[in-house]
Design a protein around this ligand. Structure first.
Ligand SMILES: O=C1O[C@H](COP(=O)(O)O)[C@@H](O)[C@H](O)[C@H]1O
Length: 241
């Protein structure tokens, strides 16, 4: 972990793209390359992606990548505890925009189990992810305007545990005032342990949020900072206006 002196910014590997399409092409190429590398050595590979509004074009671009998709498992870094019939479902987003074309052959492992609450579904969700090839070949994070990433929300009941790399559990539940609904999320360990870790953000507002999180401060207030602090290498950030 890198602690910073006052005034020192946490490092990132930042690339700016001219528009969403250029970013989507570059991110899809990086992710496909990471998956191919792992397929070449292990014969299987897993990818964890974010939900929300940002990734649709990236998903659609990646879905056409020439890959042995039948040997790829896809899961989510986090999920809102809603069924796939909800327009808030991250799983529904993945099915609609990523699991199409060549990527239809991928195995999808959703985190929502149908239990009434994420706390009641946690054991089954852990069982569902148990045979995902680990570490992830690639993880693509998003970030909200409040500096949350995955479901690491400021004020979340489990945040301190979720962002502690010593936490053993791979998944944890999360409830936070700003989260909308109860959540389930991968904890920080499996995310930063990925072969390739990306942050995909768009717009001047999110760049400003990231810049603020790079300043000295408490990751409990700006949870993306926990990723910056604990990632074994500077986080690969892909951004467009
Ligand atoms: O709730 C969530 O939000 C973040 C950011 O979403 P966006 O709509 O601002 O792109 C997302 O990364 C996360 O997976 C999702 O559950």
């Amino acid at each position: 972990m890198t602690e910073t002196a006052p005034g020192e910014l946490l490092p990132v590997a930042f690339t700016a793209y001219e528009d969403r399409a250029a970013l989507a092409r570059a991110l899809a190429a990086h992710v496909a390359e990471a998956l191919r590398r792992r397929l070449a050595t292990d014969g299987r590979a897993a990818l964890a992606v974010s939900g929300g509004r940002t990734p649709t074009l990236f998903f659609e671009t990646l879905s056409g990548a020439p890959l042995d998709w039948a040997k790829v498992s896809v899961t989510l870094v986090d999920e809102r505890w809603v069924p796939e019939t909800s327009d808030r479902s991250n799983a529904a987003l993945v099915r609609a925009h990523l699991l199409r074309g060549p990527a239809t052959a991928a195995r999808f492992v959703p985190l929502y189990t149908g239990a009434p609450t994420p706390e009641e579904g946690l054991t089954a969700a852990h069982a569902a992810i148990a045979d995902l090839p680990q570490p992830f070949a690639a993880v693509v994070l998003g970030m909200g305007d409040d500096a949350h990433t995955a479901s690491f929300f400021p004020g979340a009941d489990t945040l301190a545990t979720a962002i502690d790399p010593r936490t053993d559990a791979k998944l944890i539940t999360a409830r936070a005032p700003a989260a909308g609904e109860p959540r389930i999320t991968f904890t920080i360990g499996p995310l930063i342990g990925a072969d390739a870790l990306f942050l995909h953000i768009e717009g001047a507002g999110k760049k400003a949020v990231l810049d603020a999180a790079r300043e000295p401060g408490d990751p409990m207030e700006r949870p993306i900072r926990a990723i910056l602090l604990h990632s074994p290498r500077p986080l690969d950030v892909l951004w467009c206006p």
